[in-house]
Ligand binder design. Structure first.
Ligand SMILES: CC(C)(COP(=O)(O)OP(=O)(O)OC[C@H]1O[C@@H](n2cnc3c(N)ncnc32)[C@H](O)[C@@H]1OP(=O)(O)O)[C@@H](O)C(=O)NCCC(=O)NCCS
Length: 189
């Protein structure tokens, strides 16, 4: 298990999922706090929104030993965004369930980085953080996000959908996918 202070770092073929460093943040916001990236996340954040998000990610790390980790490209050290695990804390949602999430800079989309990072996060959820099932949340309009969920072998869980307008005020609904450990073992081959 990752211990507080031990320093989390996990490498994949092209990526590193790791604890955040102070110097990551300005670059992370520069490349991800854009209209395209934030399209289905309630829009571009102001200063208070950025600080709140940063504090939440730190609190997940502190409370659970995992968070939406900084995502670094091994080749050049570029910060591509984040990917990782938290416990669902969305108003109205299945609070406490293990949740995988991702947010990548737009110039890194479409190269399989999100799938590579999310696959690592699912491995970690089951093998290191003792999850039985992992959910992912999005909105109907966010085709690339639920497309990735399906690509990972996740299944639609309409029974877990909930009302919440933080991401998409127009629909007001957050849709849920999930995968169990047995399903992930089959999907990853
Ligand atoms: C969602 C996101 C992380 C996907 O990143 P990506 O780099 O394009 O994803 P990948 O290249 O790893 O693609 C993995 C799979 O996702 C699916 N996918 C990606 N974009 C898709 C799209 N536009 N439509 C349908 N499926 C898509 C595909 O199945 C793809 O697999 P394939 O290439 O084998 O077909 C990225 O679009 C993003 O950061 N969006 C903004 C932030 C965000 O909305 N985060 C999610 C909040 S719920």
């Amino acid at each position: 298990m990752a211990k507080a202070g031990a320093g989390f770092r996990h490498e994949t073929e092209r990526l590193i999922l790791r604890d955040w460093r102070e110097e990551d943040w300005a670059e992370f916001w520069r490349v991800t706090n854009t209209p395209a990236v934030m399209r289905w996340l309630g829009g571009v954040l102001n200063g208070a929104g950025m600080e709140g998000a940063r504090q939440r990610l730190a609190s997940y790390r502190h409370d659970h030993g995992h968070t939406f980790w900084a995502l670094e490209r091994r080749e050049d050290g570029a910060i591509l965004g984040f990917c990782g695990l938290k416990r669902c804390n969305q108003r109205g949602g299945p609070i406490g369930m293990m949740e995988v999430g991702w947010r990548l800079r737009e110039d890194a989309w479409g190269q399989g980085y999100a799938r590579e990072a999310a696959s690592a996060a699912l491995d970690l959820a089951f093998e290191r953080f003792a999850a039985d099932e992992v959910i992912a949340l999005t909105v109907q309009g966010n085709t690339s996000s639920w497309g990735l969920m399906i690509r990972l072998g996740m299944h639609r869980r309409e029974d877990l959908d909930f009302d919440n307008d933080e991401f998409d005020p127009e629909s007001g609904t957050i849709i849920v996918y999930s995968i169990t450990e047995a399903q992930w073992e089959r999907a990853r081959g």
